[in-house]
Design a protein around this ligand. Structure first.
Ligand SMILES: Cc1cc2nc3c(=O)[nH]c(=O)nc-3n(C[C@H](O)[C@H](O)[C@H](O)COP(=O)(O)OP(=O)(O)OC[C@H]3O[C@@H](n4cnc5c(N)ncnc54)[C@H](O)[C@@H]3O)c2cc1C
Length: 558
């Protein structure tokens, strides 16, 4: 268990370490040289130095036993420093995940203790040249070696692609097909027949080492089969997706904020047309405020999911992890892109860092499951719930937000309810017209679901803030009034998106004829959603004032 005080101290040490060892000039140089700073990664993972990996390891194996919420906070902080270095640390953690989830007690003791005590770096070897999003297509094989009728070892053959820490790890978890199905094996660096390629020349996260691996009859003892039972590999990988995708979500969040935290101060100093850019509404309300709203909606979903995973009563929450990853990484990308625009020509150069952050954050919509795979996961899983509840699921959810709105009428919970009711109608129309036979429609539903559910999470988070009941470890960048305004901005956006995109895709797929359209629009409550946009500019003004610390000054002047 990590106390709030310990967590805050760890985050502070991380920030101080980064300030000393990874100032902008160093990061820019390493990025230009395309170099992974192995000494820094080792320092971060050494038990007698920063010891970040201790947070990830259970106490019984010498770690600090951080929970999901702690690890999200650390991942966000690491991403704010450099996403490449953060990837290296997370990859080591991902590499040990199959062990944490599926290993025998003896295997856990050996390997998790080595990570805690020696700072052993891991790599996670799942992807192959022919098996990316579809992991089941893997071709790497593990052939049994049998002596006296007993399996004593395996010979692993195959190739792995895009493996983070591929050229620097001390140990690797490798997914390979045994006669009983995909299984994880622990392979040492330098094992006979095990080689890695030169690091990839990548678009971003150039401070992380990514390499292809080749396994040419690599001989491993049977004790290296994770869990000692064949065929559990895909289940073991699935079991932690909720958790691991939440960590990549935290990466999107941290990187997005790190770009905005450069754009915001820049805009207070840059004078154009007689005033700082921060005073121009057409600038702040396009480039800054909407990105803040999207990032904070994603944060609300991340924090809520982390708490639910930690409560331990609802399983691995893979769909929620997918929503968090999708929303946060897409928001992080949009925020970084807008930050380049916010810095104009300067933003387009290396020196100002935002272009590097943009290149880095791009990976978060690709690894640990692409955005399209997230849309598919979300769409497919919630579609089942829609069918099981005969279309009532999102209407029921919406009612909860109507209740919340009657208690707290200024949090945008009414708009979240409009979004959720509209979502239920869009899904029902899709069911009646059998529109999920179009893959594109299923994936678009995934997107609308993610928006509507995130609007709900943000309204709930704003209510907890208003009642002073936020998790003590929760991010407190915004006070309750600011969070309420952010929630109103995002929930208006979500309601409009669900209803208007909903009409577009349902009509686009032939789900309504002309006679039906007016009825469908009425069911979506489009007029109410349009009316709910009233007050949007005032809320954006308020959030801009908060971001630029002008709120107090305005109040004093009034
Ligand atoms: C820098 C980097 C680091 C990485 N680190 C690791 C690591 O440490 N360990 C590891 O195992 N892997 C790692 N990966 C691999 C990563 O997880 C995969 O790249 C990712 O899962 C996508 O697989 P793919 O590249 O084969 O793309 P593909 O699966 O071929 O996808 C290509 C495109 O098609 C879309 N697509 C795929 N399937 C469908 C479908 N059914 N319907 C609609 N669209 C679809 C995708 O969304 C994507 O846009 C890393 C990748 C990179 C680039």
């Amino acid at each position: 268990m990590i106390t709030n005080k310990t967590l805050k101290l760890s985050l502070k040490s991380l920030r101080e370490f980064a300030k000393k060892r990874l100032p902008d000039e160093t990061v820019i140089e390493l990025d230009e040289r395309d170099e992974c700073p192995l000494d820094i990664v080792r320092h971060m993972c050494s038990p007698d130095k920063l010891g970040i990996q201790l947070l990830f390891i259970p106490e019984e194996y010498g770690g600090m036993g951080g929970n999901t919420f702690d690890v999200y906070c650390v991942c966000e902080e690491m991403a704010r420093i450099d996403l490449g270095v953060a990837t290296s640390v997370l990859a080591s953690f991902l590499g040990s995940d199959p062990i944490t989830v599926g290993a025998t007690p003896e295997q856990k003791k050996i390997w998790l203790s080595r990570i805690a005590e020696e700072g052993l770096l891991f790599a996670y070897g799942a992807t192959e040249p022919e098996a990316g999003s579809e992991l089941g297509a893997l071709r790497t094989t593990a052939e049994r070696v049998i002596q006296d009728g007993k399996i004593v070892a395996y010979k692993i053959r195959g190739n792995k692609q895009w493996i983070s820490n591929g050229g620097i790890a001390g140990a690797y978890t490798i997914l390979a097909n045994t006669p009983a199905g995909p299984s994880w094996f622990i392979v040492d660096q330098g094992a006979k027949g095990f080689t890695h390629d030169e690091p990839e020349d990548k678009h971003g996260i150039r401070l992380s080492n990514t390499a292809a691996l080749a396994l040419d009859n690599v001989y491993v003892g049977a004790e290296r089969l994770v869990g000692a039972v064949e065929g559990q590999g895909l289940n073991q990988a699935q079991a932690v997706f909720g958790y691991t995708r939440l960590m990549v979500a935290a990466f999107g969040l941290g990187a997005g904020w790190s770009a905005l935290d450069r754009a915001i101060p820049y805009s207070t100093k840059r004078i154009q047309a007689g005033a700082p850019l921060s005073e121009k509404q057409g600038y702040t309300h396009k480039l800054i405020v909407p990105n803040v709203a999207r990032l904070e909606a994603a944060r609300a979903h991340i924090e809520e999911t982390a708490e639910r995973i930690d409560a331990g009563t609802e399983g691995s929450l893979n769909t929620e992890g997918a929503i968090a990853k999708y929303m946060a990484t897409e928001a992080g990308n949009a925020a970084a892109d807008a930050s380049i625009q916010a810095l104009g020509g300067y933003g387009y150069t290396h020196e100002y860092m935002v272009e590097k952050i943009k290149r880095d954050v791009r990976i978060t919509t690709i690894y640990e499951g692409t955005s399209e795979i997230m849309e598919m996961t979300i769409g497919r899983d919630r579609w089942q719930i829609h069918l099981k509840t005969r279309g009532q699921h999102y209407h029921d959810q919406a009612k909860k937000f109507e209740e919340l709105h009657s208690k707290h009428p200024n949090l945008g919970a009414d708009n979240a309810a409009l979004a959720l009711h509209a979502l239920a109608e869009v899904m029902e129309k899709a069911r009646v017209a059998r529109l999920t036979r179009f893959q594109h429609i299923l994936l678009r539903l995934g997107e609308l679901i993610a928006y509507a559910e995130s609007a709900g999470s943000l309204a709930r988070r704003a209510s907890l803030a208003a009642e002073n009941k936020l998790n003590e470890k929760a991010n407190r960048r915004f006070d309750p009034a600011a969070l309420a305004a952010i929630s109103r901005i995002f929930s208006r956006d979500a309601a409009l998106k669900v209803a208007e995109d909903g009409v577009r895709w349902v009509a686009g797929a032939g789900g309504v004829n002309n006679g039906d359209l007016a009825d469908f629009e009425a069911r979506l409550a489009l007029p109410a959603i349009h009316r709910s946009q009233a007050g949007l500019i005032a809320d954006m003004d308020f959030v801009a004032d908060v971001l630029y610390s002008r709120a107090a000054k305005r109040e004093a002047a009034a």
